[in-house]
Design a protein around this ligand. Structure first.
Ligand SMILES: Cc1cc2nc3c(=O)[nH]c(=O)nc-3n(C[C@H](O)[C@H](O)[C@H](O)COP(=O)(O)OP(=O)(O)OC[C@H]3O[C@@H](n4cnc5c(N)ncnc54)[C@H](O)[C@@H]3O)c2cc1C
Length: 209
């Protein structure tokens, strides 16, 4: 393995995969480092391991990731999974851990495509069994096909919450309430696609009347 690359891309989500495939096709020496088992990042998590049922369930947006992952797989780039980057230095050195070993590689250019992360707000009881971030529910569904059982309350803000609500409804999970902590009411046109309690109006969404 070379220790010096033209470009090191940190992250194999859609941004990192696109950048790496393009640069590889241009003939550059590219190393992609990602801490996950498989490529795809958050939106396309486990895209190459998903069965037909999962591809159908997560819809056209998710399936688009297949082509991206395939382009990346065909590109002449070096890819290391389970590679957790923990330091980038100004001279182009990148330090990371992989399978219990620390490594240091260098590049002329570094692309940080490390994506976004969920920001759960700690509230009393948030570590109790059965309480989890909306992102964790999403990850468990994509990685392992798992769905929560029983009635579910969704609390928080942002598009992931509503995306998760619509996916749970599709799975037949009973949504007891969606408690939106932000000021924005989803556009009325979106409501039929969201959970039934949400479609009942602002009171059910947890907004002050
Ligand atoms: C749980 C969750 C689910 C989401 N689901 C959707 C969805 O269904 N639809 C949608 O439109 N948007 C979704 N989003 C928003 C999502 O972040 C973007 O749509 C999209 O995935 C961003 O692409 P990206 O390539 O920028 O980053 P990401 O997809 O986040 O990919 C970044 C990659 O970098 C890796 N990484 C991060 N830090 C390091 C490090 N230090 N070392 C090594 N690797 C690292 C991560 O493991 C990840 O694989 C979701 C976000 C979250 C948090």
């Amino acid at each position: 393995m070379s220790l010096h690359y033209d470009v090191i891309v940190i992250g194999a989500g859609p941004a990192g995969l696109s950048a790496a495939a393009l640069l590889g096709d241009l003939g550059l020496q590219v190393l992609v480092l990602d801490e996950q088992e498989k490529v795809g990042g958050q939106i396309y998590r486990n895209i190459q391991g998903a069965d037909d049922g999962q591809l159908e369930f997560f819809g056209a947006d998710y399936r688009e990731g297949l082509q991206l992952a395939e382009n990346f797989t065909k590109a002449l780039v070096t890819y290391e999974n389970h590679a957790q980057v923990w330091q980038v230095e100004p001279e182009g050195w990148v330090s990371y851990s992989r399978n219990g070993e620390s490594k240091r590689v260098r590049a002329n250019y570094i692309i940080a495509a490390t994506g976004a992360m969920e920001r759960p707000m700690p509230i009393p009881g948030w570590t109790l069994p059965g309480v989890m971030g909306a992102g964790a529910v999403n990850n468990l569904a994509k990685e392992a096909g798992l769905t929560p059982t029983g009635r579910v309350v969704l609390a928080g803000s942002g598009p992931l919450l509503l995306l998760e609500a619509s996916l749970l409804v599709k799975k037949g999970v009973e949504i007891a309430a969606i408690l939106e902590t932000g000021p924005m009411v989803p556009p009325a046109g979106d409501l039929p696609r969201i959970a039934p309690p949400a479609a009942q109006g602002p009171a059910a969404l947890g907004f002050p009347l």
